[in-house]
Ligand binder design. Structure first.
Ligand SMILES: Nc1ncnc2c1ncn2[C@@H]1O[C@H](COP(=O)(O)OP(=O)(O)OP(=O)(O)O)[C@@H](O)[C@H]1O
Length: 249
């Protein structure tokens, strides 16, 4: 995993990593959500971001996606520090999906496409891609959890971005949906694009991710290629429980 880069290399320009997070902190008033978070994400790989409830995964993914601002530190996307990520560079799905419950999925996606300057035909493409064609005219408020996940994914995929950031994307998906998502994400990575996802389903994620980042109590406690973890005879769950103090669970 192309992890720590020197400050000089980063200052000199693009390090080759799709995402570099350096010394990121996020405070809510006096409460510290994450502190001194640094890691990087390889281009063309699937990176899994793991941690117990409240560890800081969503907070970091929001800042990485430009949906929230950090209190300190910086995030480089393709070597550039910018708060407004353009849709073709990075697409994110972090709940809530932002669709008005009274709106049809197709109308929601159409507005997003218009705002991003994308052709209307792309809406039908992503609806087909996520398997929501038949339900595209239904109100989002009547969607199941899995259908909302698929809609969120459709929105993230609209501009066919180089980098996909997904917060617990398998939540609510049925087994067919999980397999479909695994294939979709693997194909994207194999074609040189980048995926970052968080998940609590460690057994599931073990089959999918190339690189592992573990966050605990707002700080990064581990980063390694999945292959190295497996070679060491450990499972992702072993590593996770050891690092997050849950080995007695
Ligand atoms: N808007 C907010 N205001 C105040 N504190 C917040 C806010 N959002 C998150 N936090 C706090 O930041 C910390 C990290 O939360 P975050 O949602 O990033 O964790 P997480 O790892 O995604 O958790 P989970 O696995 O439960 O989704 C928690 O202590 C949470 O209470």
């Amino acid at each position: 995993m192309g992890i720590s880069r020197t400050a000089d290399a980063v200052a000199a320009g693009h390090t080759g990593a799709a995402i570099t997070v350096e010394g990121l902190a996020k405070h809510y008033g006096r409460s510290v959500a994450v502190e001194d978070v640094s890691f990087s994400v390889r281009s063309g790989a699937i990176t899994g971001f793991f941690g117990p409830n409240g560890a800081g995964k969503t907070t970091v993914l929001k800042v990485v996606s430009g949906l929230a601002r950090g209190s300190a530190g910086r995030v480089l996307v393709n070597g550039r520090e910018t708060h407004a990520r353009d849709a073709g560079t990075l697409g994110a799905f972090i709940e809530p999906c932002g669709a008005h419950p009274g709106r049809a999925a197709r109308a929601h996606l159409r507005s997003l496409a218009t705002m991003a300057g994308l052709p209307g035909a792309r809406v039908s493409e992503v609806l087909a891609l996520v398997g929501l064609e038949q339900d595209a005219r239904r109100r989002v408020g009547r969607y199941s959890l899995g259908m909302r996940q698929r809609l969120g994914l459709a929105a993230a995929l609209l501009a066919d971005p180089d980098i996909l950031v997904l917060d617990e994307p398998t939540n609510g998906l049925d087994p067919q949906g999980i397999r479909w998502l695994r294939t979709l994400l693997r194909e994207r990575a194999d074609s040189g694009r980048t995926v970052v996802l968080s998940s609590h389903s460690l057994t599931e994620a073990e089959r999918l991710v190339d690189d592992v980042v573990v966050i605990h109590q707002g700080r990064i406690v581990h980063q390694a290629p999945m292959g190295a973890i497996a070679q060491g005879g450990s499972t992702l769950e072993d590593i996770f429980l050891n690092l997050t103090g849950g080995e007695d669970a």
